[in-house]
Design a binder for this molecule. Structure first.
Ligand code: ADP
Ligand code: ZN
Length: 410
């Protein structure tokens, strides 16, 4: 590669020129001229989810539709879905990054990879599949759901690597426990992402399934999984900086923050042909780490995503992140990582936060509720009412878990 292909400033300038020529949104929005330093990136306008929705389905493509060999979409439970496209070259690069993701989790040709991410429009299933096929391991395209069959396959096929959402990994761990325990499982690593999960949840999954859990980050707008992944140190995810330019900004002011400061992740794609994106506001909260990682990777790390700027609940004026509650619940002996937060305002016109949580089947139930309420009060200063349910009482998710039910909006 020549210097112009590796120097981020050169690559950004080439990208800006290309999107100004090809994408009307960027033609209208981006200033002309070249950047002379990376700091100037901070002056470029953001791209938002709303921009994607308004451009549905093809208005943000930088190539004619005929050049797409694949497209994916985000769930789009509310409003129009987000569409992302891939040329043949995009697929090649995505595959290469997904191969790296799996290699980071130690996958080799000898492995059996059970891919329980959903196949279809969602990027997760086919993304993992792509990387696994490149490695040449045995891919089991189980897709999500049909939990009993998943457990059977884990056992019968001697699955060594599991890929799915962390909430579904917990569901599988429970099913394994019900079904004779993890004694015969041969799982070694798991690649889990697509939703926020805490360190507490990591230990639950690792204990339940007997594997090392790797965090994988990505989003439809940037082409799906394969933006960042943990290395074997499990101390932050390395951002694939050969393909993505990452910034962390103050979610209020939009100004860039120094490494080490928590804020909102903003991503620019450096080499996507079909769906290039400039400064996408992910709404995901993290911290960029500037120190080198002992694993020797040249790529900087970001800390585990600790929620989204838009999943913050404001309850009686207090800011509450579901991940904070998750951490607290998992530190109380006898509780599982399955929880739901229900916010309501009916009773006394004050916000009411009810935390619904399941007890472990073998837990001593007496005093559990009080302990959880106290722990939450001590840690975040908020009085909540905890409802301890029997194991299995809350809905199970096969994809992304729905943790918050906000009845105040109704
Ligand atoms: P949708 O926007 O419909 O949920 P995506 O699959 O594109 O569909 O979701 C991407 C979002 O999922 C990210 O912006 C982030 O909020 C979340 N996400 C993905 N991977 C992780 C991860 N490893 N940790 C925390 N959150 C994640
Ligand atoms: Zn590392």
């Amino acid at each position: 590669m020549g210097a112009s292909e590796t120097d981020p400033l050169e690559r950004l300038n080439a990208l800006l020129e290309r999107v100004r020529q090809r994408v009307p949104l960027y033609r209208d929005r981006l200033p002309g001229g070249r950047l002379t330093s990376l700091e100037q990136v901070a002056d470029l306008p953001f791209t938002t989810k709303e921009d994607f929705r308004r451009s549905y389905p093809f208005q943000m493509l930088a190539v004619p539709r005929e050049q797409l060999v694949r497209l994916h979409m985000s769930s789009g439970t509310t409003g129009r879905p987000v569409v992302t496209g891939y040329t043949r070259a995009d697929m090649e690069r995505w595959g290469e990054r997904m191969e790296r993701v799996l290699r980071a989790a130690g996958v080799t040709q000898a492995d059996v990879v059970q891919n329980a991410y959903g196949y279809g429009l969602f990027t997760g299933g086919l993304g993992i599949h792509l990387g696994a096929e490149r490695i040449g391991c045995t891919v089991v395209p189980a897709s999500s759901g049909v939990t009993q069959r998943q457990v059977m396959l884990l056992r019968d096929l001697g699955t060594t690597i599991l890929a799915c959402t962390p909430s579904y990994a917990l569901v599988l761990a429970e099913a394994v426990a019900r079904d004779g325990g993890r004694g015969e499982l041969r799982l070694r690593s798991g690649v889990f992402g697509a939703e926020p999960w805490t360190e507490g949840m990591r230990s639950e999954i690792e204990r339940g399934l007997g594997l090392a859990a790797f965090d994988l980050y990505g989003l439809t707008e940037l082409g799906g999984p394969g933006v960042a992944v943990e290395c074997g140190r499990h101390d932050g995810m390395h951002v694939f900086e050969d393909g993505y330019y990452a910034e962390v900004v103050d979610p209020e002011t939009g100004r860039p923050l120094a490494p080490g400061q928590p804020g909102e992740l903003v991503l620019t794609s450096l080499d996507r042909e079909a769906s290039p994106v400039i400064r996408f506001r992910t709404r995901d909260r993290t911290v960029l780490v500037d120190e080198p990682c002992p694993c020797g990777s040249p790529f900087r790390r970001m800390r585990k995503i600790h929620g989204r700027t838009d999943d913050m609940l404001v309850v009686r004026g207090e800011n509450v992140f579901p991940s904070q509650i998750e951490d607290i619940l998992l530190s109380v002996d006898g509780l599982t990582g399955n929880y739901q937060l229900v916010v309501d305002r009916q009773a006394h016109r004050l916000d009411d936060l009810q935390v619904r949580i399941e007890a472990r089947p073998d837990a001593e139930r007496a005093g559990l509720r009080e302990r959880a309420e106290e722990r939450i009060k001590e840690t975040i200063g908020l009085s909540v009412s905890v409802m301890v349910l029997a194991a299995g009482a809350l809905p199970r998710s096969e994809g992304k878990a729905r943790r918050v039910i906000d009845l105040r909006e109704l």
